[in-house]
Ligand binder design. Structure first.
Ligand SMILES: [Zn+2]
Ligand SMILES: [Zn+2]
Length: 812
């Protein structure tokens, strides 16, 4: 429309993309009008005054709804980016603190920067007589800590500090726990997977300790848009009847969403121009047209390269603009971030390029355009990044696809991309290794007794018994202490079991120190920077051999390191900053042993099972590949012992004889009555390639249902598994114990197969490529893979006739 053209600086760019086919999909959303309502008059007069002080006359409807909901019970708010979610929990909290001088609140943030932003927002209410917020984290000076414990009535901290510092020392925090009225969990969607499974346990311990001090705090949560906010809130807190506020009353800008695919450079291999190169040109064009732009990339290296390329484009024709394109670096202080925000607001900067460090709700305001380069892993985070576009009531939200399977999948199905419900956040607080670690922490915080089922779940005692036989816990009979009083003893005479309690076997221990909230297993390897001795992080022992073997290129917070030494005895990897132009891929041999069958059903002509497995991995070698074109450079042998870990898996067996007998897999009618046409048999040598490619495709699309990374999932395909006696594909949780990903795949298996089939059959390549069946993490270095075989297999399973040209050529 002509009018749009005049006011939107991206019109010409979109026109060009529409013409040459790079713009594969456009959609519009908004504008939406704000729904404004009066602030609930029941709020304490001081809070209402504070609202006026921060310039808020009326509330968005969801904010008022959240206040009312929070008076009734636990509440989760999931409205859009920049919709004023903080207000939803700040108002009820401030209200409680103004009414009760002794009341305390605890705010949990996943990062320090977010806690700092929130402390500032709270201070702006100007309620300093009644409200005393303080940050309590690893950076808090020792001398300030006593004062915070005594006097702060809003303590802002992170789950790690709560787990490691506050709960184990609850006696020092007795006043906080005895008056704890509100617990705020902001950015709750971050607590998923391994981290979420831990935090769910930390919050249960928190409820347990609060109860010991006689309080039952109200939980208020907020989350980005996810598919299952209520479920997430209930799984995280262990509470029921959580209230959901998800009708956004904030004004929505008019936003153009666009999916952009770089042009093909080689039809045969399906190679395209790199997303980086394409994005640099787009970014330069947007800046020339006067659109302030934020650009998101996964790696820091990518951020640097993109900034440089975009500046080079501008240098030629608009050198004055080149200076206004800046990379955003992690580790900025709140002051530096506010300065950046100020420069953006004053038009002194035209573009910021960042890793997802900025994604987590940090307040730099909205810009004209938000460009996301390559798929950020989840649609939920893509939406959050896109939410940055829309300054002055209109914005451009763009996605530039890379070559990865999901990127290209969405380019072929942009409707899915734009309309698909976002993913579910999955966690499992009862993942056994995680759960037992926290059970020990809980025992340290107070003897475990029958009363704990309310907080720790009904199966706590079964786990406690296991810990007892492992020599970690000791059972203390009822007679020798514990909480049992005379009344209890009377009860036990009537046949009720004695109230025994469990305590730590070693009372001097500090189990919280053994549990890292980022790792599924207490057994981990430290990753140490070799020259500074700085501890960068840790990795699960089960993954150490494949991720930090000698020579591995290791990515940490977007920065690359090369592993100089893997010290198996001292359990650490020494790494050094890496500037080279290659990455590494391990070559492994994997075995799975079925330990326990938990569930089974017949579907799509296969036997589908879910259960516990033991995965044994031997890393044999690694391949160096060039970053620019992924070409293999060198294969380096390694000498590492096998490692095993327990986890959860789904597996499905093809009918016995499928593929191993003439006509097996291709038998007419297998599996779901394909019809009476004679099917083509998959020859035995192609069977493994078909299974392997199917496994890869299923792993590639699984993150669409369970918010996880393909690196969180493992797979194994074999044409004969000794325990099933049949061709079998396993998909397993990549973290020891499992965190619910395989279970989700088991429940939604049919959907998984349909998505995998679309991923494969619609990819224009002829023999399989990184956009369909090849996997960047394959332990077999993508050998053997049969795209056609996988296509046929999935078609047979889904009961759809093979389309022309898709039949297995190899069999003819
Ligand atoms: Zn392909
Ligand atoms: Zn593989």
């Amino acid at each position: 429309m002509a009018q749009d053209r005049r006011i939107e600086p991206w019109s010409a760019l979109l026109d060009a993309g529409r013409e040459d086919g790079r713009l594969v999909r456009e959609a519009r959303e908004g504008p939406g009008r704000a729904k404004l309502v009066e602030a609930p008059p029941e709020l304490h007069p001081d809070v209402l005054e504070g609202l006026a002080r921060v310039g808020v006359e009326r509330l968005y409807s969801h904010q008022a709804q959240a206040v009312h909901a929070s008076w009734e019970g636990p509440t989760i708010v999931t409205t859009g980016t920049a919709s004023g979610k903080s207000m939803c929990f700040n108002l009820p909290t401030l209200d409680v603190l103004c009414r009760d001088a002794r009341a305390r609140a605890l705010y949990l943030y996943p990062t320090k920067a977010l806690a700092q932003d929130q402390a500032r927002a709270l201070a702006e209410f100007g309620l300093s007589r009644r409200v005393r917020p303080a940050i309590y984290d690893g950076d808090t000076p020792r001398e300030a800590r006593g004062q915070i414990r005594k006097s702060a009535n809003i303590v802002l901290t992170n789950p790690d500090m709560l787990h490691l510092g506050i709960l184990p020392n609850h006696a020092a925090w007795a006043d906080l726990f005895a008056n704890l009225a509100v617990v705020v969990v902001d950015e709750a969607h971050v607590y998923r997977g391994v981290f979420g499974s831990h935090v769910a346990n930390v919050l249960r311990r928190l409820r347990r300790i609060a109860a010991a001090y006689g309080t039952e705090p109200r939980f208020l949560l907020s989350s980005a848009t996810i598919a299952n906010p209520l479920e997430l809130a209930e799984r995280l807190t262990g509470l029921e009847d959580v209230r959901l506020i998800d009708e956004d009353g904030s004004p929505a800008p008019q936003r153009r969403m666009s999916v952009w695919n770089p042009p093909l450079t080689d039809e045969a291999t399906g190679a395209r121009r790199s997303a980086l190169g394409e994005a640099a040109e787009l970014l330069a064009q947007l800046v020339r047209e006067g659109a302030q732009t934020i650009c998101f990339m996964k790696s820091r290296k990518g951020v640097e390269v993109l900034s440089r390329l975009a500046r080079e484009h501008l240098q030629d024709d608009h050198p004055e603009l080149a200076e206004l394109v800046v990379p955003y670096r992690a580790g900025y202080t709140p002051q530096q971030r506010r300065e950046l925000e100020g420069r953006l607001a004053r038009g002194e900067l035209m573009a910021v390029i960042t890793t997802d460090a900025l994604e987590l709700g940090i307040d730099i305001g909205a810009l004209d355009a938000a460009v996301v380069v390559t798929f950020p892993g989840t649609i939920a985070s893509l939406r959050q990044m896109w939410g940055r576009a829309g300054r002055r009531g209109r914005g451009l939200a763009m996605f530039v696809a890379g070559e990865d399977a999901l990127d290209q999948f969405f380019c072929r199905h942009p409707e899915d991309f734009l309309e698909r419900p976002v993913e579910a956040a999955i966690l499992d607080h009862e993942s056994p290794l995680i759960y037992r670690g926290h059970l020990l922490c809980a025992a340290h915080e107070g003897p475990l007794s029958n009363d704990d089922g309310v907080f720790l779940g009904p199966r706590w005692e079964a786990h406690a018994e296991i810990l007892q036989s492992a020599g970690e816990l000791r059972r203390r009979p009822a007679e020798t202490g514990g909480p049992s009083g005379p009344d209890d003893r009377e009860d036990t005479t009537r046949g009720r079991p004695a109230r025994s309690t469990y305590v730590l076997r070693r009372p001097g221990g500090y189990p919280a120190a053994e549990v890292s909230l980022r790792s599924a297993s207490p057994e981990s390897f430290a990753i140490v920077e070799v020259s500074s001795g700085e501890l960068l992080g840790s990795t699960e022992a089960a993954r150490a051999h494949s991720t930090v073997h000698e020579g591995a290129i290791y990515l940490h917070l977007g920065r690359s390191y090369e592993v100089r030494e893997l010290d198996l005895e001292r359990r650490r990897a020494l790494v050094a900053p890496f500037e080279g132009d290659w990455y590494t891929q391990p070559k492994r041999e994997t075995d799975t042993e079925i330990v326990r069958l938990l569930d089974r059903r017949e579907t799509l002509g296969v036997t589908l099972s879910f259960g516990e497995v033991s995965v044994t991995d031997t890393v044999l070698a690694y391949q160096r590949r060039r970053l620019s074109d992924n070409a293999p450079v060198e294969l380096v042998a390694l000498d590492l012992p096998p490692t095993s870990f327990p986890t959860q898996a789904l597996w499905f067996e093809l009918p016995v004889g499928a593929g191993t007998q003439p006509g097996g897999l291709g038998q007419p009618g297998w599996p779901g009555g394909v019809g009476d046409e004679p099917g083509e048999a998959i020859p035995l040598d192609a069977l493994l390639g078909a299974l392997h490619a199917t496994e890869h495709a299923q792993i590639a699309v699984l993150p669409l249902m369970a918010m996880c990374d393909r690196w969180d999932i493992g797979g194994l395909s074999t044409n004969f598994h000794p325990q099933t006696g049949a061709p079998t594909i396993f998909l397993y949780d990549g973290h020891p114990g499992g965190i619910g990903i395989a279970r989700t795949a088991f429940v939604r298996f049919e959907e998984l197969c349909r998505d995998a089939r679309r991923l494969i059959s619609e990819c224009p390549c002829s023999k399989g490529c990184p956009s369909c069946v090849q996997s960047p993490k394959c332990g077999n270095l993508n050998e053997p893979l049969s795209k056609a075989g996988a296509e046929l297999l999935l078609e047979r399973m889904l009961g759809e006739p093979a389309a022309i040209g898709l039949a297995v050529g190899a069999s003819r």
